[in-house]
Design a protein around this ligand. Structure first.
Ligand code: PLP
Length: 388
């Protein structure tokens, strides 16, 4: 096979991460040999059941939860849907009102919207310029009919961390179930379900060096939850379907590894993120940071370059082997800024010129410097072209 001429500098870890080789090793026996259905009573089935039980204990331990509170799903999207639709429907007799925020992932916003034709109402709270929700506003939005608050731990585009513990306390005091989408926080921030005050919490393995297509929904004991995928009754009836044994083993291994190296990973990410940002500030005029300056994910840098189109920037970076992401998507020939950048009040021009660089375990100083050797000149070139 032909080799790639240039090594890819992967700066899109918020989109997905590569599999950790230790995770691959842990998964292989369940892809190769241990193929039994975990619900079967013979030895082959018992072996896979035991692996899932161990994985459940590991995940519970990592989150400060009980094993019975862990539900394995197909990823972040399913965990969010199971939580939001499951609680809304299970608590229907208590009310029909949900509170969320404008910068949530579409898995959350669309799950709330899906409920509306069924008689549910959603309050979508605004965020400030840094992307933070005001806990007082959450409290003011609570109605006698509010059954669920769903707010993310950290934002996937701009990295802003929400004041979750404060919101968790408000929810608890008012008898409202509290769900958090912690998909981007997995492997980057400490996650303890009690410290966060979460009744439900979503995670996805592919964001922390685990496999794609497998996730977790933590559901605190006693949380009302109507199953969204009825069937054979797996996961204590809360999520039916034959378990993805290898994926579950991979998720648990990846999460345990991520918790073990959380502090050193976060230091590594923060250092490289700051190196990139400082380098850009020094070399590029008119660059602004999107998201909160300090309350942000250590691996996330989101900046806007005035006078530059994000998609053109991405294509140019790709030619230099740099994989990154932008906050605008090209639809029908026009560049639509993302709902997140719109929600923080970014003017269209700046939203269109946004770039997200998300660093990872494999990112090096040398890679950061190579990006800094390319990006300023690329921005200058695109600005010149735009001027013409
Ligand atoms: N929630 C957030 C904040 C995310 O960043 C993502 C993925 O990008 C998801 C949910 C969806 O997760 P998955 O890709 O596992 O369905």
């Amino acid at each position: 096979m032909e080799q790639d001429a240039i090594e890819t500098i992967y700066l899109d870890h918020a989109a997905t991460t590569p599999l950790d080789p230790r995770v691959v090793e842990a998964m292989l026996p369940y892809l190769r040999d241990h193929f039994g259905n975990p619900s079967s009573i013979y030895g082959l089935g018992r072996a896979t059941r035991a692996a899932i039980d161990r994985a459940r204990e590991e995940v519970a331990q990592a989150l400060g939860a009980r094993p019975t509170e862990i539900i394995f799903t197909s990823g972040g999207t399913e965990s969010d849907n199971t939580a939001i639709r499951g609680v809304a429907m299970a608590r229907r007799a208590d009310g029909n009102h949900i509170i969320t925020a404008a910068t949530e992932h579409h898995a959350v916003l669309h799950a709330c919207a899906w409920l509306e034709p069924l008689g549910f109402e959603t309050t979508v709270l605004p965020v400030d310029r840094d992307g933070r929700v005001d806990p007082d506003e959450v409290e003011r939005a609570i109605r006698p009919t509010t059954t669920l608050i769903t707010l993310m731990y950290a934002n996937n585009e701009i990295g802003t961390i929400q004041p979750l513990a404060d919101i968790g306390r408000i929810a608890r005091a008012r008898g409202v179930t509290f769900h958090t989408d912690a998909v981007q926080a997995g492997g980057a921030l400490p996650i303890d379900v009690d410290a966060l005050g979460a009744d439900l919490l979503s995670l996805s393995a592919h964001k922390f060096y685990g496999p794609k297509g497998v996730g977790v929904l933590y559901a605190r004991r006693g949380t009302p939850l109507l199953p969204q995928q009825p069937g054979g009754g797996q996961e204590r009836g809360r999520r039916s379907g034959t378990e993805n044994t290898a994926g579950i083993v991979g998720l648990a291994t990846a999460l345990t590894l991520a918790v073990g190296s959380l502090e050193s990973d976060a230091r590594h990410y923060g250092r490289l993120r700051d190196r990139l940002y400082d380098g850009l500030l020094a070399q590029v005029p008119d660059v602004t940071l999107n998201g909160h300056p300090t309350e942000r994910l250590p691996n996330n840098l989101n900046v806007s370059f005035r006078g530059v189109e994000g998609e053109s920037l991405l294509l140019n970076l790709d030619m230099h082997g740099i994989a990154a992401s932008s906050g605008s998507a090209c639809t029908a020939g026009s560049l639509d800024p993302s709902h997140v950048l719109t929600a923080i009040g970014l003017p269209r021009e700046l939203a269109q010129g946004s770039l997200r660089l998300s660093v990872g375990r494999g990112t090096t100083d040398e890679q950061a410097d190579r990006v800094l050797g390319v990006l300023p000149a690329t921005v200058a070139k695109l600005r010149n072209l735009a001027a013409v």
